[in-house]
Design a protein around this ligand. Structure first.
Ligand code: GLC
Length: 751
């Protein structure tokens, strides 16, 4: 039994302290946090550093034995600071009420969830959104996700994932913004602002989380969870800047990762988490571990046991333990044994309590528990409109020989072929935990809204229907049933739309591939169809760059549509029939073969970049160096001309670059004007090209627009190996153009 008197006296003291600060608004959050911290026992402090996964259906009986019963008791003792994967106003309210009313200090929980690209209304996968280069649309997409997540009681999302990656074998490239640091920085900011809004206390904004800090996207050989090993220049100039951009955008949390970086598991890396993130950058939010990554210090061979893992992680600046039960089991003892200073605990708890105050959870722990909002906001028509806009802007036109696209709406005898064309589930992508299966508009459904002249044939099966978040998708490699029917349909049709690619659960976490071609019999189907009908449009659905050499060589029109979420079919139909002129640009390089991977545009020159009459230069004996489709590449139904490149160096602190872009065609279109630099000689070798500016413009037919860019120290500088930001004199080449390989060239010298 608790000593009631003591308990109630403490409660009165706390209530006085806590309520007075809240009443006297002039009390800062820091003062409120300090007041509360002074009342907390060591166990209660450690409790705030503990996050549990949802462990029981709160509408059911209270767990009375086993792990769940222990976790339930911890909730009542105030030994849990956060829950993840608990959603629904009723469930959240029940858990919040249990903690607020039963625990001694009633500190509210913060509820986290992977709202990666939408909640109930699913947006395009983040890699697709990155292909739009449309920061307003990306921010809007995050706002929509936050609105729906908040409506079901979630106050915190484990997004945006800002890991740069150059390796399409890694399944999680679908979750990020691609290979480029500059684009990744802009998108990180847009997503953080979209999730967090201008007022974190409002009930339709949620705390964001920049993840995975750091270097997870460089997993060796693209194998998930594998070691990452790279130098300081890559760390400082490629990997860290998107995280810094998120911190500068006031992201409230950062998640570390599963990987080892240069021999140290990032979950236990105080150089990353304390020296850089908290000290150098001044990050004032809190660090959440990745799922049980604290416990994984043991299999990494970095800790003897869970107790030592808790000690290492706490000392390294991991503020909250996701599901490893390391902190709740061992941290208090480690403090008592002098292995972890209580000042580290206090710092972590201050950070966590501060975010809870900033979310308004102390003012109203049930702020996110509004049943009416839950009914009204999910699947709201504004949300569907927003994700449709995002989806169509994410589509990249890779090829359009003979202007086969757009298809005329009255075009007779349109064949639609492929299992993915009639799939309402796969297009939702892999991170769609909050949504419901089979809620995407399929390609076929979208197309049929434009034309009644459509006939469908599936072709051979590709994927097993049992695909899920937890297991691999089984692929049919042998059963050709359906091939003849599809080929026969193609033969009698005027134009064929063939929808091929990966299942939504073939990319994402735990889904690395060693081959990047079309899975199963899809390429054979395409080749058989193409033999009988040359008017073939390949509509790709995939979560990563694929190797498409035969396709690119033979098929006249190719659309990259990724996995576009709930509004997939409507977005693709608008592009196919020309209601929307595709404007996407690749955020990741498409290789010719997997042997080229990692392949990316902003590579170093090497000492032997140029072809020689002998073999002694940097190349392959069996493959070109060039990619199939480069970073920044994407076509339009119109064409754009670039002219009048001007470089004004009169102000050395703000070099002005201007170019004129003209829409040469007969229809309106958007163009992503891209600015690249090359610092030709520097104390650290600089990439042959680096994106340092882009503007997405819309031009009427025959219209021209001058596009200006400014190059300041921020764009021209880089980090040296001492992590000092430097700008060095010398010659800079620049290129302004339509992708990373094509544009107007110029140069200037910085003295
Ligand atoms: C996963 C992922 C991480 C996610 C977390 C919670 O393993 O690595 O990105 O946010 O666990 O689901």
């Amino acid at each position: 039994m608790k000593p009631r008197l003591k308990h109630s006296l403490v409660f009165l003291a706390y209530f006085a302290l806590y309520s007075i600060p809240n009443m006297a608004q002039n009390k800062t959050i820091t003062q409120k946090v300090d007041s509360l911290l002074n009342l907390m026992t060591l166990e209660e402090k450690v409790g705030q550093m503990n996050q549990y996964n949802g462990f029981w259906d709160v509408t059911g009986p209270v767990p009375e034995e086993g792990n769940a019963a222990i976790k339930y008791e911890h909730l009542k003792k105030g030994w849990v600071g956060s829950m993840l994967n608990v959603t629904g106003v009723e469930n959240v309210r029940k858990l919040q009420k249990l903690v607020v009313e039963e625990s001694r200090l009633g500190i509210p929980l913060i509820f986290g969830f992977d709202v990666i690209h939408g909640y109930k209304t699913v947006a395009p996968i983040p890699l697709a959104e990155a292909a739009s280069w449309d920061l307003d649309a990306i921010k809007r997409s995050a706002q929509i996700a936050a609105d729906e997540a908040a409506a079901v009681g979630i106050n915190w999302t484990f997004a945006p994932m800002v890991d740069i990656s150059r390796d399409a074998r890694w399944g999680r490239v679908m979750e990020g913004a691609g290979e480029d640091t500059y684009l990744g920085m802009q998108i990180a900011k847009a997503r953080v602002k979209g999730f967090q809004g201008d007022d974190l206390t409002s009930n339709n904004t949620i705390a964001a989380c920049a993840k995975h800090f750091a270097g997870y996207g460089f997993a060796e050989a693209g194998r998930d969870y594998n070691t990452a090993d790279f130098g300081t220049s890559t760390l400082f100039n490629t990997v860290l800047p998107p995280f810094k951009a998120a911190v500068d955008a006031d992201v409230k949390t950062v998640m570390n990762g599963f990987n080892v970086l240069n021999g140290v598991p990032v979950t236990g890396d105080s150089y990353l988490q304390r020296d850089i993130l908290k000290e150098k950058w001044g990050f004032d939010g809190f660090v959440i571990s990745d799922w049980a990554s604290i416990g994984e210090l043991v299999p990494h061979g970095f800790a003897e046991n869970l107790a030592q893992a808790a000690e290492i992680a706490a000392n390294a600046g991991s503020d909250m333990d996701m599901e490893a039960t390391a902190y709740v089991t061992h941290l208090a003892d480690k403090v008592k044994a002098g292995k972890v200073s209580e000042s580290h605990i206090d710092d972590a708890v201050r950070r966590i309590l501060t975010v809870k105050y900033e979310l308004g959870l102390f003012d109203d722990p049930y702020r996110y528990c509004n049943a009416q909002r839950e009914k009204e906001r999910l699947n709201h028509k504004e949300h569907h409109a927003g994700v449709l806009d995002m989806a169509k802007k994410s589509i990249v036109l890779l090829k359009n020989e003979g202007n086969l696209l757009p298809i005329k709406k009255n075009q007779p005898k349109i064949a639609v072929i492929g299992e993915l064309a009639n799939d309402n589930n796969s297009p939702l992508g892999s991170w769609r935990l909050g949504s419901d299966n089979n809620t995407a508009v399929s390609v076929l459904e979208g197309l049929k809204k434009f034309s009644s002249n459509i006939t469908y044939a599936r072709g051979p099966k590709v994927f097993d229907p049992e695909a899920s978040f937890l297991n691999h998708v089984k692929i049919n490699e042998s059963d050709e049933t359906g091939m003849d029917e599809a080929v026969a349909l193609a033969k009698e049709s005027d134009v064929v739309l063939i929808v091929l690619g990966e299942h939504g659960f073939q990319s994402g976490e735990g889904r690395s591939r060693t081959k990047l071609g079309l899975p199963g019999l899809q390429l054979k189907l395409l080749q058989e169809v193409y033999k009988v009908n040359k008017n073939a449009v390949l509509v790709l659905m995939n979560g990563r760059p694929l190797t498409l050499e035969w396709e690119a060589e033979n098929i006249p029109a190719i659309l990259e549509t990724w996995q576009l979420g709930t509004q997939t079919g409507n977005a693709i139909a608008q592009v196919v029939f020309g209601d929307y002129n595709p404007s996407g640009k690749l955020p990741m390089t498409f290789p010719r073969s997997v042997g080229q991977v990692p392949i990316y545009y902003n590579h170093n020159s090497t000492g032997r970049p140029n072809p020689q009459p002998n073999v002694f230069w940097s190349h392959y004996s069996d493959e070109k160096n060039e990619p199939l489709f480069p970073f920044g590449y994407g076509l339009s139904y119109t064409t754009f001309a670039y002219s009048d490149l001007k470089i004004d160096t009169s102000d050395k602190n703000n070099i002005k670059v201007e170019v004129t872009v003209t829409n040469m065609g007969e229809r309106e279109g958007e163009e992503v004007v891209q600015l690249y630099i090359h610092d030709k000689v520097a104390s650290i070798v600089r990439p042959v090209k680096e994106l340092k500016g882009f503007q997405k413009i819309n031009l009427a037919p025959k219209a021209s627009q001058k596009v200006q860019f400014n190059l300041t120290d921020k764009e021209l500088g880089f980090y040296n190996n001492a992590y000092e930001f430097v700008v060095e004199s010398g010659t800079f080449d620049i290129m302004v153009g339509t992708n990373s390989q094509l544009g107007l060239q110029g140069s200037f010298t910085l003295n």
